[in-house]
Structures are given as C-alpha cells and as structure tokens.
Design a protein around this ligand. Structure first.
Ligand code: AMP
Ligand code: MG
Length: 411
C-alpha cells in the first residue's frame, strides 16, 4: 500500500479522466433503450401526419348544429363510417354527419367531431340536443411534432418516450454511442462455479454474477471469462485476453497476499496504473489503469468490496463510455438511525436501507457490515458515507448517501 490513499472523489476523477464517449454506431431502434444518441433528430414529417379525430363520434360542421336544443333536436343524415386507417371517399356535405373513429382522418368539409356520448342515433340520423363547439376533438396535423422540429439532440439518453418518438418519425435505425464491451474475470483458486458442489476449502464464485448483473443494469452484457486460479501464468493469459475489451474487470488477487498476481500481471502487460488504493472501506485495494483503449479495473475480491467498487468507480466509467454526461446516482443528505464508529481515516461506506419520512431521508444500516458479508447488500437501497475520525457519527446526525435502488418496498 502506498503511504497515502486517495479519496473516493479523487479516485473517481482519475477514472473518469480516462473515460470518453465511445465512437458512434448505427443500431436498431428496438435495441436502443439506455443508449445515448449521437445525432440530432429533425422531424421529416408532421406527427400526426394529418388532421384526425380525437374521439369516437361524428364528424360534422359546427354551423349545422347551432339550432340544436333538447326540445328541438337537430337531425343529420349519417352518410359514411370511417374507421381508423381509412380515408373518406368523399367529403362531408353540408347538413350531413359521418361516423368517425379515433385516429381516422377528418373528412374534407368537417370542422368538428362530436363525441358519441353526447349524441344518439335514430334511423340513420345523428340526433343532437345541443350545439357543438367548432374545432372540438380534432387532432391537428403536426400538433405533436412539426416537420423540421429538432425533437431530440445528440447526447440525449434514450428512454421509452424518446424511443416512441423516434418510432413515430420512422427511425428504424439510429446513431448512438457504442456500448462498451466488458470482460469479467474472477481470480481465486478457492472458487468453484455456481452449479458445482463445494469441496474442502472452496467457495462459490459470486463476483462474476453480481458484477455481470451490475453491467446488465446498464444494458451491457459482459463476457464472463469464469474462474482463473491464483497462478501467474493463468492470470496473465486471462488478463491478456481481457485486454481486447473496452473494459476489463478482474476480481480478487489484487492485495498484497503471496498469491495475488493481478497487479504484477497488469504491469507486465503494460497497463499504465492510474490509481492504487482508495481511502475507503470496504474496497481499499483497487488497481486501476489503462492499456491502449482498455480501462482495466483490478477490483478487490471480497464480494461487498467488489460490488461497492463497481458502484463507485466502474459504473460511472461505463456510463461515460456510453456517452452519458451524468454518471452519478442521486446523492442526498439523510438522518442516520444509529451510531457508527469509524476511528480509522478511511471513509466507511455503509450499506443502508433508506426511506423518506415527511420529506426527510432516513438511513439505517442493513446489518453486519464486513466486506465479505454480501447479505448486507441484500435489501440495501443506499450507500452511506461515514467520514473517518474519532467521533464517527451518532444517531440523528446527517450523513450523505447514494440512492441505489427504487424497486424496494418501504421498510
Ligand atoms: P482476494 O481479494 O483475492 O484476497 O479475495 C478476498 C476474499 O474474497 C477472499 O475471502 C476470497 O475468497 C473472496 N473472493 C474472491 N473472489 C471471489 C469471488 N469471485 N466470489 C466470491 N468470493 C470471492
Ligand atoms: Mg484471491
């Protein structure tokens, strides 16, 4: 370990300095969720493309209805029926009505649609007991998007609404920043795969799965290279293969143990180290560097450390490579519910349950916080940052926390 560990913020800055948006590529619209647009989108036509009915009802001329009263209803002969997708064969003649469904093009001559609920039919006639207001229930061509509008701009992340707008404008393909290709390697001679029985001294490889899931949440299907034993040659072969990717994540083997080879292998393969050791717990050992266009993260092996390091350093980098300008999760102040001691100098990253009460966030530890205790991540929707120092924090103090999830029920 170096004499001076760097802060979480400094480490993240060093990582992001190396991460620029990847070049653009054309992808299918159906694959675009979560990608960042690399072109401006100018509408080549109106949406909707034509005036159409906003209701199921009757297309009329408002002037034909002005005399209508309950005592003396107006009766208009119904000359046609227009389902959506059909264009009227002839226009609306004065004194007539045309039955029209939502989305059907407004026939020439009509200026208003009166909704079915306000009418009755009698023997082929539309019966109105009150006048209708001119222009009612008509969706004008271009009222959503007008030809020539810049609807989306380069740099925008694509969510469901943006994708819907692109579909309505006929963009089956679009230019986005390429998603990073990510490789995951789990080092450790004690590891076995999830479907294998445990022999003496063995544990299951959970990091490949949790890290891959963290990537999948960003829409990145990482290649999991599986388990590499703590052997220098095996580690070198695996890491060398991983350097073909945009991002290489290894877990384990990055501390100062006798069989921790990841840093030495990184050095031998020409990975230029940008940081080593962060003033946090869990997650102190982190060997980050670059080789060519590859970002190389040597993550700690402890399951919580690996996940927390991913959250704080890898996730922002992946987002930046994808073209996101905003790479951080929401961070808030919260009242902490219990005392937390943190006598050493490192920031203590505590897995918490966070909830809001009368507009104020509260956080409470999810339980035992050892870096190997993955259960503390289960049910955690936040990471709270406890500064180092003799006092620690006391119940009722304010702390900063990162909101990780929105899918958990209130406690
Ligand atoms: P290391 O950083 O390699 O010293 O690993 C630290 C701790 O994390 C050890 O107890 C390992 O057994 C454990 N560990 C390392 N890799 C994994 C993994 N892929 N899945 C689960 N636990 C792991
Ligand atoms: Mg190990």
């Amino acid at each position: 370990m170096p004499a001076k560990l760097i802060s979480i913020e400094e480490a993240r800055t060093r990582v992001l300095t190396e991460a620029a948006a990847l070049p653009s590529e054309t992808i299918a619209l159906s694959e675009a969720l979560g990608s960042v647009l690399a072109e401006d989108i100018i509408a080549s036509h109106n949406v909707p493309p034509f005036n159409n009915s906003g209701m199921d009802g009757y297309a009329v001329r408002a002037s034909d209805t002005v005399e209508a009263t309950p005592d003396s209803p107006v009766r208009l002969p119904i000359s046609d029926t227009l389902p959506a997708g059909h264009v009227a064969a002839h226009g609306l003649q004065p004194g007539e009505a045309i039955r029209i469904m939502t989305g059907a093009p407004l026939p020439d001559g009509a200026d208003t649609v009166v909704q079915s609920e306000l009418t009755s039919e009698d023997d082929g006639y539309l019966v109105l007991v009150e006048p209708v207001k001119r222009g009612k229930n008509i969706r004008r061509a271009g009222e959503d998007v007008a030809t020539g509008d810049r609807v989306l701009s380069a740099g925008m992340p694509l969510g469901p609404a943006e994708i819907g707008v692109l579909a309505s404008l006929g963009h089956a393909h679009l230019l986005v920043h390429r998603r990073p290709r990510v490789a995951i390697i789990s080092t450790g001679s004690e590891l076995v795969e999830v479907d294998q029985p445990l022999g003496p001294g063995q544990i299951r490889n959970s990091n490949s799965y949790s890290l891959r899931a963290q990537c999948l949440q960003l829409g990145i299907a990482a290649a999991a290279f599986g388990i590499v034993p703590d052997d220098y040659e095996a580690t070198r072969t695996a890491i060398e293969a991983g350097l073909d990717y945009d991002v290489l994540l290894t877990s384990g083997g990055v501390s100062v143990g006798r069989f921790d080879f990841v840093k030495d292998v990184q050095d031998e393969l020409g990975v230029e180290r940008r940081l080593w050791g962060v003033a946090m717990k869990p997650g102190k050992p982190l060997a980050f560097g670059v080789r060519g266009g590859t970002l190389v993260f040597g993550l700690p092996g402890n399951p919580v450390s690996a996940m927390v390091s991913f959250e704080l350093f890898v996730r922002p980098a992946l987002l930046r490579l994808m073209g996101y300008r905003k790479t951080t999760r929401p961070q808030y102040q919260a009242i902490i519910e219990e005392d937390v001691a943190n006598p050493d100098g490192r920031t203590y990253v505590v897995r918490v349950r966070a909830w809001r009460e009368d507009g104020t966030w509260h956080v409470s530890s999810t339980g035992a916080q050892g870096s190997g205790i993955l259960r503390s991540m289960v049910g955690a929707n936040g990471l709270a940052f406890i500064p180092g120092g003799p006092r620690g924090v006391r119940a009722g103090d304010e702390v900063e926390f990162l909101l990780l999830r929105e899918d958990l029920e209130e406690p």
